[in-house]
Design a protein around this ligand. Structure first.
Ligand code: GLN
Length: 188
């Protein structure tokens, strides 16, 4: 099993470190050829407009959308969550529409307004790091909400093979969420 990590821009190395700790094989993905070697893909945090442009210029966008429809697991974190959503309130970037949620970019303000909040994941405390995080402003019926912040905002959502988090699990030592994606990849 090989987990792909989109490596066009953003904090892909941090994700790779987490999967290394779990002793799972990874592939940094910058081309369709590299994507085709993988059993799933993580879209990391970064700048969603930049990643979007690069997804289009490498033509990875079309191949990934087709694969996702066929059951290929995809996990978007932060900028990656914006990119997998069905609709982005600001209409920029144009998302891939892989999961039936609406997101709003930079909802919590600028870099300086980044924060850590204790949430609950798999019945245990989890320290979630939010950096210029998007807010999930709408979820349709088919969406499983795995975690929310204290004000009831969903921050980890799943629909079949598509998973999204508005925070950054790759920046903590808690590997439970990476482990969950490993399980999603091996059970597909
Ligand atoms: N706000 C950024 C964007 O719109 C995402 C920030 C992040 O990934 N940490 O792309």
């Amino acid at each position: 099993m090989k987990i792909g990590i989109l490596a066009l821009q953003g904090d892909f190395h941090e994700h790779q470190t987490c999967f290394n700790k779990l002793e799972v094989d990874t592939q940094l993905v910058k081309s369709i050829e590299e994507l085709n070697k993988c059993d799933s893909l993580v879209i990391p945090g970064g700048e969603s407009t930049t990643i979007s442009k690069l997804l289009v210029s490498t033509k990875i966008d079309k191949v990934l959308t087709k694969k996702a429809l066929e059951g290929f697991p995809v996990w978007g974190t932060c900028a990656g969550l914006i990119l997998i959503s069905n609709k982005v309130i600001e209409n920029d970037p144009k998302p891939l529409k892989l999961i039936n949620i609406t997101t709003s970019r930079n909802f919590y303000g600028r870099q300086i307004d980044s924060f850590v909040e204790k949430i609950n994941f798999e019945d245990d405390d989890y320290e979630a790091i939010f950096i210029r995080a998007p807010k999930i402003v709408d979820t349709k019926k088919d969406i499983e909400i795995l975690s929310s912040t204290n004000d009831g905002t969903p921050v980890a959502v799943k629909s079949n093979n598509i998973f999204g988090t508005s925070f950054h699990p790759e920046l903590t030592d808690d590997l439970r969420i990476h482990k969950m994606f490993v399980d999603m990849t091996s059970n597909k």
